[in-house]
Design a protein around this ligand. Structure first.
Ligand SMILES: Nc1ncnc2c1ncn2[C@@H]1O[C@H](COP(=O)(O)OP(=O)(O)OP(=O)(O)O)[C@@H](O)[C@H]1O
Ligand SMILES: [Mg+2]
Length: 246
């Protein structure tokens, strides 16, 4: 079953009198439930623009986005925000957590917006699932980068979204923390979660089951990854060779 579909979407930025920038051009693409998709491409190729449009954070200039088969362009900004809160989780390179606010309160926020019951218990359970049961009352400044990203992942998952988008989620992390995040994503995929990972790193894309390449705003390749790497193997290797520093 298709969760997100883009139909011939284009996004052009026109800055001053400069030539227009085609951040995304004529992209048609569909993502089905349970897929783990990596979107790859060089810096400036349109990965974030495409992801923000697929995740309904941004609207295309031309073309349509369907979420669960429903066109989203007819929705008001307010309705779109509600749909996003219910159906879509986002994780960013820079974590985007509220400072001076505990891990638990950060994860509670989307539940408060969606007016849910049992907010604290649900947020606690989301933090337990990312291995942070013992860090509930730490603020972002009191957590490592990898831990902050796991709080952000718990926050993205707490409303049980249909799909999780992650834009360069390991970009600010060292390789061990990066493998830990990738191992967590592979566990989520094994549990049936739909994931879209944006990266310019071929090594990281190797953990996904489908790899889409984009260049200059266009899809240049879209293939199943038959040799999916396993992040836990990488972590195991690291544990076996603790004396090797990077
Ligand atoms: N708000 C904006 N206004 C003008 N131009 C923009 C804007 N956002 C993106 N662009 C341009 O659109 C193109 C695609 O940008 P985008 O951020 O999607 O690239 P990216 O593939 O995510 O790059 P990176 O790997 O560096 O994050 C770039 O040329 C960028 O300069
Ligand atoms: Mg980007």
């Amino acid at each position: 079953m298709v969760i997100v579909e883009t139909k011939d979407i284009t996004k052009v930025y026109q800055k001053g009198t400069d030539v227009p920038i085609y951040a995304v051009r004529n992209v048609s693409l569909s993502i089905s439930r349970g897929e783990f998709v990596a979107v790859m491409g060089p810096s400036g190729s349109g990965k974030s623009t495409l992801m923000n449009i697929m995740g309904c954070l941004d609207r295309p200039g031309e073309g349509h986005v369907l979420l669960d088969g429903q066109p989203v362009h007819t929705l008001s900004d307010e309705d779109l925000a509600r749909v996003r809160n219910e159906k879509i989780g986002f994780v960013f390179q820079s974590f985007n957590l509220l400072p001076n606010t505990s891990a638990l309160e950060n994860v509670e926020l989307p539940l408060i917006y969606s007016d849910r019951d049992h907010i604290t218990e649900t947020a606690k359970s989301a933090l337990e699932k990312v291995g942070l049961a013992d860090r509930l009352h730490h603020t972002p400044a009191e957590l490592s980068g990898g831990q902050q990203q796991r709080v952000a992942i718990a926050r993205a998952l707490v409303n049980d979204p249909e799909i999780l988008f992650a834009d360069e989620p390991t970009g600010n992390l060292d390789s061990r923390a990066g493998y830990e995040i990738m191992a967590l994503f592979q566990d989520l995929h094994a549990q049936g979660r739909t994931l879209v990972l944006v990266t310019h790193d071929a090594g990281l894309a190797g953990y996904a089951t489908r790899i889409i390449q984009i260049a200059d705003g266009r899809i240049t390749s879209d293939k199943e990854n038959r040799k999916t790497r396993v992040a836990r193997d990488e972590l195991k290797k690291m544990a076996e060779t603790p004396e090797v520093n990077e």
